[in-house]
Design a protein around this ligand. Structure first.
Ligand code: PMP
Length: 330
């Protein structure tokens, strides 16, 4: 058992075998259970990495205010860690995220500023708003998860090595969606250093420009997605560190079907980006059927963080989505 501060609970998450999909494909499909982090998501690793780096370089000390623009999870990660370390949190969020995230941020004592969801070019975007607010007072520190390389370094130092050790070096492929690029960059760099032939695949929702960027060099998007925390229309400093071999797009219906499939066949309650990741990992396994390959993806957070959306039949109906889990085994 780990003892100590709350930060001792960040990382070292189980690697869960997705048994039915592994059996159906003749591959080993694993999900890293990041929803078990103290703040409930993979972004706890980023939050801790950024805080430790800022403490080391003297950018923050007791009494500092951590400022961040976030779809929610990084803010929750920062707020979870801030309490014990003597920091306050000022968190800027777009107004189209799940209510559960806002409620958790408030419960953790973070000051919440909600801005309209808008394109990055708009100065009201949560990213620019956070930057402006951080510059207003001297004791404020902008975590800046998109450009702060402590983000991908946290994954290079923890997530990557954990996957390597948990698969006993047998990992053949790693699949992940991108929000800041921290996860895919840190993990891909680490795994490729260990074994350059590990296949790295980006899983992109519609409404994101990265799939087309990786295929054609042009950052273009079509459609939209109900997924949260993933999909971007620009190259961030963290994403630029990634070593990616291929990219696929996943529709919201494929994602929702997988979300319900995992709940009903595996007892896994995962959030929207995690369901999208598993669908893309399953697709990779189908392409490599009966090869016994080991595929790893990230279970970024829990379905419970999105209950008011993904468990609401009316919400799904309005989005034209069906909660029927496709029977992937047939
Ligand atoms: N899934 C969820 C739910 C997230 O909040 C995020 C981060 N915004 C990601 C996936 C993507 O992770 P990363 O920022 O490391 O690319």
């Amino acid at each position: 058992m780990r003892t100590g501060e709350i930060s001792a609970g960040v990382g070292e998450t189980p690697l869960v075998k997705i048994k039915s999909l592994s059996k159906a494909t003749g591959c080993e499909i694993f999900g890293k259970a990041e929803y078990l982090n103290p703040g409930g998501s993979v972004k706890d690793r980023t939050a801790l990495g950024i805080i430790l780096d800022a403490e080391k370089s003297g950018k923050i000390s007791v009494g500092s205010t951590l400022v961040e623009g976030t779809a929610g999870n990084t803010g929750i990660g920062l707020a979870t860690l801030a309490a014990q370390r003597g920091y306050s949190c000022l968190i800027v969020v777009p107004d189209n995220q799940s209510h559960e995230k806002y409620a958790v941020l408030k419960a953790l004592g973070a000051e919440l500023i909600m801005v309209p969801a808008c394109p990055f070019s708009d100065q009201n975007h949560f990213y620019h708003t956070a930057g402006r607010l951080a510059a207003e007072k001297p004791n404020r520190f902008w975590a800046n998860q998109f450009e702060n390389l402590a983000n991908y370094q946290a994954h290079y130092q923890t997530t990557g090595p954990e996957i390597w050790m948990q698969t006993l070096g047998k990992v053949d492929a790693f699949v992940a969606a991108v929000g800041t690029g921290g996860t895919i960059s840190g993990v891909s760099r680490f795994l490729k250093e260990k074994n350059p032939s590990v296949h790295i695949r980006l899983a992109d929702p519609f409404g994101s420009g990265l799939f087309t960027y990786l295929k054609t060099g042009a950052m273009k998007s079509t459609g939209t997605s109900i997924t949260e925390g993933i999909g971007i229309m620009r190259l961030t400093a963290n994403f630029k560190q990634a070593r990616i071999d291929d990219a696929v797009q996943v529709t919201d219906q494929q994602m929702i079907s997988m979300l319900y499939y995992l709940a009903q066949h595996e007892g896994l309650l995962v959030g929207t980006s995690a369901a999208l990741n598993v669908f893309a990992a399953y697709r990779y396994a189908m392409e490599n059927q009966n090869s016994d390959k080991t595929v790893v993806t990230i279970l970024c957070d829990s379905a419970l963080r999105y209950q008011s959306k993904v468990f609401d039949p009316e919400f799904l109906r309005q989005k034209g989505l069906s909660p029927e889990p496709n029977n992937f085994l047939l």
